[in-house]
Design a protein around this ligand. Structure first.
Ligand code: SIN
Length: 270
């Protein structure tokens, strides 16, 4: 889609767009910000290339979408930096695991999960690898049968942060189907990493339903795959997409910085 200031090239039929004709090392005009908001709502994840951004640039860009927030977990895989809002995502030959290898929505265990997340990678493996996959939860919801959509209405699920980040991490209950606050579209809101169980049903039914939903959400039909180059950025909307990182590049280095934007409130039932 051509905007007045930026250009958005879709990455797949359902999700993702690469944004060009923009320099993220300088403040953006009001029109650029409006157009980025529009593209973010439309494509769910935005990709930028050849942007040698500083912490300040990354924070400024993310702040156009809301106040920055802090990670709710005690993750030891990603690291803090000297800026409390910026986390370092660095993997090399000493790494024994990486963050986010299953499809998930960031910190869905929080009462008020982050609205969006922005990852900048300045260093990537020399022969490719380390792609991130994104899955549209709009497309996953839309593909359900009407009977299944009706069945899921009103159900809730428990999202348990201790499964990923260990003791002391939040556990929250969210609707299984939520409504995106900007687009008004419905989204399946369960994921492999954080969702421990569906409530309100006998255990065996709940387990089978969760298993079905997770397999459905992870189907490749509604995904796109982002191939990182040095100085690329991916900026995703946790309210309507899931993502997973692929660790196929050990012992090579992939390194960058991540910020997250506070949610505007708990997920609302669809
Ligand atoms: C994550 O945020 O889960 C990691 C994404 C990535 O490293 O590609």
């Amino acid at each position: 889609m051509t905007y007045q200031t930026i250009c958005a090239t879709p990455a797949s039929p359902h999700i993702g767009a690469e944004i060009t004709r923009i320099d993220l090392t300088a403040p953006l005009s009001n029109t650029q910000v409006e157009e980025l908001h529009h593209a973010f709502a439309r494509y769910q994840v935005l990709f930028f290339r050849d942007q040698k951004i500083s912490f300040d640039d990354q924070i400024r860009l993310a702040s156009y979408f809301g106040p920055l927030g802090r990670h709710v977990g005690k993750s030891t895989i990603s690291k803090t930096t000297d800026n409390p809002m910026v986390r370092k995502f660095h993997y090399d030959e000493t790494s024994t695991q990486i963050s986010g290898e299953n499809f998930h929505s960031d910190q869905s265990c929080a009462e008020n999960p982050p609205l969006g997340t922005m990852l900048y990678n300045h260093t990537v493996p020399p022969d490719g690898g380390g792609d991130t996959m994104f899955a549209s939860m709009y497309a996953a919801y839309d593909a359900l049968s009407d009977r299944m959509k009706t069945y899921l209405e009103g159900l809730t699920a428990t999202h348990d942060g201790t499964r990923v980040f260990g003791p002391g991490t939040p556990v929250s209950v969210h609707p299984v189907i939520i409504r995106h606050p900007v687009t008004g579209r419905k989204v399946i809101y369960v994921n492999t990493d954080f969702t421990s169980h569906i409530n309100d049903l006998p255990r065996r039914e709940a387990d089978s339903l969760l298993h079905f939903l997770i397999a459905h959400c992870d189907r490749s039909e509604w995904t796109c795959r982002f191939r990182w180059h040095a100085h690329s950025i991916a900026f995703w909307d946790n309210r309507c997409c899931q993502h997973k990182a692929i660790w196929d590049y050990w012992p090579n280095v992939r390194s960058g910085f991540r910020v997250q934007i506070d949610g505007s409130g708990p997920p609302v039932a669809g």
